[in-house]
Design a protein around this ligand. Structure first.
Ligand code: PXL
Length: 276
């Protein structure tokens, strides 16, 4: 396999096992040369800690991009996650449109909400600003909450395939080519991933383990990107990322002190085995 240089754009939460502290090791384990563009630096993530610091790096982005352009640096994949400001979303859209190789894959995780609610620092203006970014995605990786916010559909905890199909159709109407939607389960005790492309829906179902954990969306999107860049099909990458994320959640069960994230590190070997 050719050596692949990819870019991921998301925050550094110094403590909390999410965003870049998850994406970088996972993508490295998948054999990717992983370049980063931090969107913000926080002392911790915002999901349960109080008093966190937040340094927005929006104003650093144009000069970083200009330098890369001068050096003729291009990326085989660009994967975006949690972003720092509405203005930044515009810069990131431009990076997605201009900094990829001819055959680059653009993966957007609209990391902004979960369990029916927006993350604490975001509002509906932010949701509105995310829509054009999602429209540039070759592959959009939302959870159901994010999909509901982006499409204006009601958020539901129980639903059927028609609801998920409607969400996916509306996300594709924004411009996304393929949707890989996480947390989609139709039966008690089960969850899974819906993959929607060219009007065709597939679903990978697996056991639902407890309530899940913080940061698992980032673990999922990172493993998905890594598997896809290992030449797996979209469905196969979606399945591998789901199996890996389940292992990380199982690793973390029974440790109440570890409420803030999932222990993904000790399952990296399993991910590498799944890619072999
Ligand atoms: O895992 C998503 C995420 C990423 N980055 C920050 C967050 C969260 C979720 O709360 O707060 C800063």
């Amino acid at each position: 396999m050719a050596y692949k240089k990819i870019l991921t754009i998301q925050d550094i939460s110094c403590v909390g096992q999410c965003s870049l502290t998850v994406a970088l090791p996972i993508l490295s384990a998948c054999g990717m040369e992983t370049c980063i563009l931090p969107s913000a630096v926080l002392s911790t993530h915002t999901g349960g800690f109080s008093g966190f610091t937040f340094r927005d790096l929006t104003d650093d982005m144009p000069a970083i991009q200009a330098h890369w352009q001068k050096e003729n640096i291009k990326f085989k994949a660009i994967y975006t996650g949690y972003l720092g400001s509405i203005k930044q979303i515009g810069y990131v859209k431009n990076i997605l449109e201009t900094m990829g190789t001819e055959d680059a894959v653009r993966i957007v995780d609209p990391a902004m909400a979960d369990n029916g609610k927006l993350y604490s620092i975001f509002d509906m203006d932010y949701v509105e600003a995310m829509k054009p970014l999602c429209g540039t995605a070759d592959i959009l990786v939302p959870n159901i909450t994010e999909a509901a916010f982006l499409t204006g559909c009601e958020y539901r905890e129980s639903y059927d395939e028609a609801y998920v199909t409607e969400l996916c159709e509306k996300l594709c109407a924004l411009g996304a080519k393929t949707v890989v939607m996480t947390g989609v389960g139709y039966r008690e005790g089960k969850t899974g991933v819906a993959v929607y492309s060219d009007g065709k829906m597939s679903h990978y179902e697996h056991d639902k383990i407890g309530k899940g954990a913080h940061g698992t969306g980032d673990i999922y999107a990172s493993a998905f990107t890594g598997a896809l860049m290992n030449d797996k099909s979209i469905f196969e990458a979606a399945r591998i990322a789901a199996d890996y994320t389940v292992k990380c959640i199982i690793n973390t069960q029974g440790d109440a002190d570890h409420w803030y994230g999932a222990k993904f590190e000790t399952a990296l070997r399993d991910l590498m085995d799944m890619l072999a």
